[in-house]
Design a protein around this ligand. Structure first.
Ligand code: NAD
Length: 322
């Protein structure tokens, strides 16, 4: 069973790295695909990839998912048991600056992976969606059956499109597609463009931190190991032949941004200088996941307290940047 090959796109990314590491340490083979783009510091991606390359069962392919021909060769050369598509142009705020990158990577790139998964009769196709697709809701916690027809930026619009594209392929080609709506993922090796990383960096340097929406944001922060456990359970589950499905993966608890900042300060033993700013265009005000559906289907529940997760991130940050 362990000689199964899983193709993970975005394997040098934050979540892709942790997922690949888990699969490799469990004895599965991972075919990693990543173009190591420069959306953020490439050194972090290379360093994550170096760790993965230490495993004999890891094969890395520096490929862009927009390149159908190169991907086609990977699918032809290997017998692939499951695909997890995590490669994407991530980030809510950047989608206002560079919308084209979202169309090219998240629509065209996603289509290539979906089409090749169909062509090669991949049994299980898992892909990253996002809590951002809920937009500005009034009712909480957010359930998978809520209306998501009103994305408030193009990032969410491309992820919603992914869910629709996958659903149509499931229907047409009897593919098992599973979209996972991740809720603000954080942890060691996290993304430099995200709040936890930026806040930690600036607090250490004594620089002010930008607190949008006057600090009134509330987020369901999900520890990366919990996200990985969820994906892993779904990937190796043998019974999940049920067409197109969408699940939230969140911590199931919300926390105020100011409380989150206090946790960072406590772990750094340093106070922040806050620069309060208005709500940014495209930002959702609150996220809070309902996780009953994934619990029922896979007996999966996130278990990490945010105080523990922030501590682990800061330990990693300090040891990585010395
Ligand atoms: N981190 C979060 O809080 C969060 C929340 C919701 C959804 N997501 C989604 O989860 C997935 C993984 O996110 P992450 O936080 O690990 O982001 P990340 O940016 O760290 O990882 C994405 C990886 O994909 C690679 N990539 C991007 N475009 C590519 C392309 N065209 N071809 C090949 N590789 C490409 C990047 O180089 C990067 O290493 C993304 O789809 C993201 O939208 C993340």
């Amino acid at each position: 069973m362990k000689n199964k090959n899983y193709l993970i796109t975005g394997s040098a990314g934050f979540i892709g790295f942790h997922l690949s590491k888990k699969l490799l340490s469990e004895g599965f083979n991972v075919l990693g695909v990543d173009n190591l783009n420069n959306y953020y510091d490439q050194k972090i991606k290379q360093d994550r990839n170096k760790i993965l390359k230490k495993y004999k069962n890891y094969k890395f392919n520096k490929i862009d998912i927009k390149d159908y021909k190169k991907l086609d060769r990977i699918f032809k050369k290997n017998s692939i048991h499951g695909v997890v598509n995590l490669a994407a142009q991530a980030g809510v705020r950047y989608s206002l600056k560079n919308p084209r990158s979202y169309i090219e990577n998240n629509i065209n790139g996603f289509f290539n992976i979906l089409e090749l998964s169909k062509k090669n009769k991949i049994k299980k196709f898992i892909y990253a969606s996002t809590s951002s697709i809920y937009g500005l809701q009034k009712k909480f916690p957010l359930k998978e059956n809520f209306n998501t027809d009103n994305p408030i930026q193009l990032y969410a619009a491309t992820k919603k499109s992914n869910e629709l594209m996958a659903t149509s392929y499931s229907h047409l080609y009897k593919m098992d597609t599973i979209g996972l709506r991740f809720f603000t993922v954080y942890g060691p090796w996290g993304r430099p463009d995200m709040a936890l990383f930026k806040f930690t960096k600036n607090i250490i340097k004594g620089k002010p931190i930008e607190v949008f929406n006057q600090g009134k944001h509330e987020r369901d922060f999900t520890y990366v190991d919990d996200i990985v456990d969820g994906i892993f359970k779904i990937l190796i589950n043998k019974k999940s032949k049920f067409g197109a499905k969408i699940f939230n993966i969140g911590n199931g608890k919300k926390i105020k941004l100011l409380k989150y900042i206090q946790l960072i300060e406590k772990n750094l033993n340093q106070k922040s200088k806050k620069k309060f700013l208005p709500l940014q265009k495209g930002d959702v005000i609150k996220t809070h996941s309902d996780t009953k559906l994934i619990k029922k289907q896979y007996n999966y529940q996130s278990k990490t307290e945010v105080s523990y997760g922030v501590k682990k991130f800061i330990e990693w940050y300090i040891s990585y940047f010395k």
